[in-house]
Structure formats: C-alpha cells, structure tokens
Design a protein around this ligand. Structure first.
Ligand code: ADP
Length: 212
C-alpha cells in the first residue's frame, strides 16, 4: 500500500507523514531526506546534490532514481512517499515502479496552501540537530533557541529554507510539480486537504479518507 503526499514545499507533508507513520506504522520515504542523508555522508551523489538543493532547483532524475528504488525495496508493506513525483516524467516513472512491485496506490493526498503562507512557514522552519525534530517558529508563542522536544540548543535552519531559495522552490513547484496533479485528480483515491488548519485537524481529515 502506497500513499503519496503532494503539496508545495512547506505545506506540511513531512509533518503529516510523521503522524501517518505513528498511527499506521507506514514507512516514510522522503526523497529530500534521502538526498540530505547522502550529503551528510559525503557520498558522490551528496556532493553533487548539495549546491543544487541549496539553490532550490531540482536534482536530476538519475540521481534520485537509485535512492528511491532502494528505499522502496526496503520499504516493506506500507509506504508514504513524500517529495516524489515532482515532475511529469517522475510520475510516469513511479507508475512503472509501482506496477513492477505489484503494489497499488491507496491514496494521493494533496495539501493545499497559499503561496504567502508557504514562504512564511519555510523561512520560520527549524530543525534540531540532536533529535531531528522539525518545528516552526510561526506556531510557537515564544522561542528560547532550544528544541521544544528535547531541549537541545543545537537548532539550525535548512540551507534551502532562506527566502531566496524558498521563492525559487515555489517557482519550480508551480512550473514542474503542480502539473503532476493531472495524473491523479480524477481518481477516486485522490483527495485535496486545506493545509492552513492545525496539523492535527489536517491529519484527522487524511485519516478519515484513508480509512474509508
Ligand atoms: P520541500 O518539500 O520543502 O521542498 P524536500 O525535502 O522535499 O523539501 O526537498 C528538498 C530539495 O531536494 C528540493 O528542493 C530538490 O532540490 C531536492 N529533491 C527532493 N525530491 C526531489 C525529486 N523527486 N526530484 C528532484 N529533486 C528533488
């Protein structure tokens, strides 16, 4: 069973994927995370991907495909895919991969959000180096520089979460990724949700859709 999460950068795909993982035990595969792992490990793919990602552009398909295939093969029975497909070509590739695995798409959830809110959220997003928690200053009353989950002061901003890269990512999203919805929007497993609401509310709606 495969669930695809669509939506602009910053729309909340990672947050929803974490909630889905917790409730249903589905494995979260994020192509962005796979690439960041390559960068961390200083692999040849990571070395090439770093500057591209930092600019907000897409990395070439051939760099993603191997990582994605490995993750899908290791993924087991239930998978949430976040960050792929990002182009029409990737959508066709994914269709081939899923068929070859003998798998099926259970749901495609598109999280919608205004562009203004997206940029605000992206530039306020932070991550804890110690525990990996991703949080947003936009939703916190006061921020003392510490991770709200583990209290570590080792909090950082993703290198592509500055305003210039965020705007570029949005342009790429508009031109290349938003059209991917055409592949799914007429299917009965397709669902749009309004991402402006609190994460728990968005999750409630997604859960209902998946369980129906
Ligand atoms: P966001 O959803 O906030 O944009 P991601 O972590 O999904 O963040 O992606 C970060 C970056 O990783 C993208 O801007 C892009 O450079 C690269 N990336 C991730 N997934 C893909 C993909 N499927 N194809 C090409 N590039 C990708």
């Amino acid at each position: 069973m495969i669930i695809l999460l669509l939506g602009a950068p910053g729309a909340g795909k990672g947050t929803q994927a974490a909630l889905l993982n917790k409730k249903y035990g589905l494995k979260h595969i994020s192509t962005g995370d796979l690439l960041r792992e390559e960068i961390k490990n200083n692999t040849p793919v990571g070395k090439k991907a770093a500057a591209i990602m930092e600019s907000g552009a897409l990395v070439p398909d051939d760099m993603i495909l191997g990582l994605l295939k490995n993750a899908l093969n290791a993924g087991g029975k239930g998978i949430i895919l976040d960050g792929y497909p990002r182009t029409a070509a990737q959508a066709r590739e994914l269709d081939r991969l899923i068929k070859a695995m003998g798998e099926k798409i259970k749901a495609v959830v598109n999280i919608k959000l205004s562009e203004e809110e997206i940029v605000n959220r992206i530039i306020m997003r932070r991550q804890c180096k110690k525990c990996g928690n991703i949080f947003n200053l936009r939703f916190m009353k006061n921020f003392d520089g510490k991770c709200p989950k583990c209290g570590s002061g080792d909090v950082y901003q993703r290198p592509d979460d500055n305003e210039a890269a965020a705007k570029h990512r949005l342009e790429v999203y508009r031109a290349q990724t938003a059209p991917v919805v055409e592949f799914f929007k007429d299917k009965d497993f397709y669902k749009e949700v309004d991402g402006i609401r609190p994460a728990e509310k968005v999750f409630e709606e997604i859960s209902k859709f998946i369980e129906k």
